[in-house]
Design a protein. Sequence first.
Length: 145
Amino acid sequence: MTSTVLPAITRFAETDRADLIALWEVCGLIRPWNDPDKDIDRKLGDAAGLFLVARQDGVLIGSAMAGYDGHRGSVNYLAVHPDHRHTGLGRRFMAEIEAALTAWGCPKINLMVRRSNTDVTHFYEKLGYQQDDVVVLGKRLISDL
């Protein structure tokens, strides 16, 4: 049984690393071409960004990475453990990210959702996000393989 106390959202600490990677695995966020350790290390090099985790009863149950490049904000690795979904934790992460980005003067957030992940698309739509008329292009500069 989970606690009725809302989980605390805090900044990532190095002691969270193994639990965070396990969470991302459970949530299906890890892909062979993205080494999660390298993604964590890269985010830790971003002094201006947000790297948040949530724990409940000592268990890491959520995460989010966000940043701002001076033009647009971005959100990555928003994850809530399947046993803790539909509790408002994802909304709390996004509210905290939106408040921080607004305080930094960020006019808009961009985020990417895999086309097949319709549950997550619906989640963001409920928060007021809509599909923009853009094409996302990518180019791998460093291989994680």
